[in-house]
Design a protein around this ligand. Structure first.
Ligand SMILES: Nc1nc2c(ncn2[C@@H]2O[C@H](COP(=O)(O)OP(=O)(O)OP(=O)(O)O)[C@@H](O)[C@H]2O)c(=O)[nH]1
Ligand SMILES: [Mg+2]
Length: 269
């Protein structure tokens, strides 16, 4: 596909078929969800159908994934982005990121997904990447209740770098394949309570089996996309947008768009 942008001809690969979102994705549980509607906002739908507005607005959102070490942040991202699962633990050093391209309601859109280190000694590096997030995903291990207790602290730290009300917050319990359904039910009840306190949407997933992983990221993409479109359409002040300096700039129109970038791994301060 060829596109004219800034007077230059670009070639952009079509979005892969399994990243096309046409129907508004559903929540995991109505007890802790950010929105209960099951359709695109009318203004967004109209804007998506209007070819003149297709090329304006946010084309990429920053997503930051935080949580204790070993809870499964990297596995969650890898299951979605690469459809793989690694049983062996390799701690994230500093940060990494992946770019995922979608097509939502006919409009191209990308998520820049930042995977941060949970280890205390890398926190000071990771926290410098929290700024400008449109989505914050706080991950905990369903099989280790202490990691749920720590999610409040993770949220506080992530919000220190972002304006209140400027981010969608998700609370995600991983490793549900390790729990019996009774155990899972008990922990989910506590997690729903925590999510409500945080004004977050709760999801329960397994990166090992892939259960709910795709559904979860589709939901993230849809809410982030709709939020961006609405802010653009309403002409909100720049403070509620992702600042230009907060995203790594990637020319989405070039033929050889990098699939993922690994940020230089730094030793800690
Ligand atoms: N059974 C099971 N194991 C999982 C799941 N997700 C992750 N794990 C395992 O949990 C361990 C930690 O996973 P990671 O994704 O590396 O954890 P992390 O949160 O990225 O850890 P840091 O990078 O140190 O912050 C690994 O051994 C994974 O194989 C899951 O859904 N089910
Ligand atoms: Mg990791």
């Amino acid at each position: 596909m060829q596109e004219m942008a800034n007077g230059k001809m670009h070639f952009s690969a079509p979005v892969s078929k399994d990243r096309i979102i046409s129907k508004f994705p559903k929540w995991y549980t109505p007890q802790a969800c950010l929105q209960m509607k099951d359709h695109w906002h009318t203004r967004v739908k109209t804007a998506c159908q209007d070819r003149t507005t297709r090329n304006v607005g946010m084309k990429m959102s920053k997503v930051v994934v935080v949580g204790d070490l070993y809870v499964g942040k990297t596995c969650l991202i890898n299951r979605f982005c690469k459809d793989m699962f690694d049983r062996d633990y390799k701690a994230t050093i500093g940060v990494d990121f992946e770019i995922e391209r979608f097509e939502l309601s006919g409009v191209p859109y990308s998520l820049q997904i930042w995977d941060t280190a949970g280890q205390e000694k890398f926190k000071c590096i990771a926290s410098t990447y929290y700024r400008g997030a449109q989505v914050i995903i706080i991950v905990f291990d369903l099989a280790d209740i202490r990691t749920l207790e720590h999610t409040r602290q993770w949220l506080q730290e992530a919000m220190r770098e972002n304006d209140p009300g400027s981010c969608f917050i998700f609370l995600v319990g991983t490793k549900r394949d390790l729990l019996s359904s009774a155990e899972c039910h008990r922990t989910e009840r506590d997690a729903v309570k925590m999510a409500s306190e945080m004004q977050a949407e709760f999801w329960s997933v397994s990166s090992k089996t892939g259960e709910n992983v795709r559904e979860f990221f589709f939901r993230v993409a849809a809410l982030a996309f709709e939020g961006s479109m609405l802010r653009d359409l309403e002409g909100a002040g720049s403070h509620s947008h992702i600042g230009a300096g907060d995203l790594i700039r990637i020319d989405q129109g070039t033929a050889e768009e990098p699939k993922a970038k690994s940020v230089k791994k730094l030793s800690c301060c």
